[in-house]
Design a protein around this ligand. Structure first.
Ligand code: GLN
Length: 324
């Protein structure tokens, strides 16, 4: 049976990669250094709501930079693409995610919404009457993608708030150039809160499947984001989602994706599936070591690379379909 083959492929991949001992835990946020380097989960969710899970898929962790995709999507809905483009660009940087001074020389915009400066600028645009209202809108947005109530990990939030001097410095720099407005602490708190949203690997795969399914959560049927914005969201993930590894990722794996320093990677195979991997040890770019290997293998096995998809060489639907 084909779905049994997909599950067996994931089980094998998990068994092969579980013994890997490369990579380091992110420790610049003290709470993240407490993660267990052995945690490892892979989850694939299809557009008809089937899921293939292996490993620690129920282990919760903070979403970190993966949140940037969804907050950008919210800003697209709040402002529209042209207005948002004036505030945050869509150009990959080739620099690390927390790179400090990279505002475009002429426009003073941060390069893109997937690096911290661009993400903080994006978060500062989220509309609402007061901080509580903005946070509630943000949590409601995550809940549409995930399909259940979400919570913020208070210790991680406080840990980031106490130690996030680099992010604070970026916010001040952007304030200096008139790219974001006072009060900075409100925007920074909301940014630290969005990074501290608790998810598990399966949740991330459902979020990815929602984007793969034109913005409709395949489990709940809820429209999480207007389908009209999905192309822009995936475009920015494809070019900027994997930090300064984005080019090599596009070449080797070819799936719009976003990683975070807690060890998650979420990837969207349009019209096919949402995929997520969680494994905390990171490489020098800040991407999960096991996660990269899982995606290389999956892309190879099922023809998930966008240029395989567009050439009709994706083998996933066929693999699923043979089952019925
Ligand atoms: N909260 C983290 C930070 O701002 C997010 C970084 C990440 O996941 N790359 O530094």
């Amino acid at each position: 049976m084909a779905t049994a083959d997909i599950q067996a492929f994931l089980d094998d991949l998990y068994a092969q990669l579980q013994p890997l001992r490369q990579g380091q835990l992110a420790c610049y946020i003290p709470e993240l250094a407490k993660a267990n380097p052995d945690w490892f989960g892979i989850s694939v969710v299809t557009l008809d709501g089937r899921s293939f899970d292996v490993g620690d898929v129920q282990q919760t962790f903070t979403i970190q930079s993966i949140s940037k995709v969804f907050v950008y999507a919210m800003a697209l809905e709040d402002y529209g693409r042209e207005k948002l483009l004036k505030k945050v660009g869509v150009e990959p940087t080739g620099d690390p995610f927390n790179c400090l001074i990279r505002l475009d020389e002429d426009s003073k915009r941060p390069d893109n919404p997937m690096v911290n400066a661009g993400a903080i600028a994006t978060t500062s645009l989220i509309t609402g009457q007061d901080p509580a209202d903005r946070l509630n809108r943000l949590l409601a947005m995550f809940e549409r993608y995930i399909g259940h109530e979400v919570f913020i990990d208070m210790s991680t939030f406080l840990s980031e708030k106490a130690t996030g001097h680099r992010n604070r410095a970026m916010a001040h720099l952007m304030l200096n150039f008139g790219m974001i407005d006072e009060p900075l602490d409100d925007a920074l708190d909301l940014y630290f809160q969005q990074c501290s949203v608790l998810v598990n690997t399966h949740d991330l795969a459902v979020m990815a499947a929602t984007l793969a399914n034109r913005g409709i959560n395949p489990i709940t049927g809820t429209q999480a984001v207007d389908a009209a914005h999905v192309r822009d969201i995936l475009g920015v993930m494809y070019t900027c989602g994997m930090y300064n590894f984005a080019g090599e990722w596009a070449f080797r794996v070819g799936i719009p994706a976003k990683s975070g320093v807690s060890g998650g990677i979420l990837a969207v195979v349009p019209n096919q599936a949402g995929i997520a991997v969680f494994s905390p040890p990171l490489d020098s770019h800040g991407n999960s070591v096991r996660g990269l290997k899982v995606f290389e293998a999956l892309s190879q096995e099922y023809g998930f690379h966008l240029f395989d998809l567009s050439l009709g060489r994706c083998r996933f639907t066929a693999a699923l379909g043979e089952d019925s």
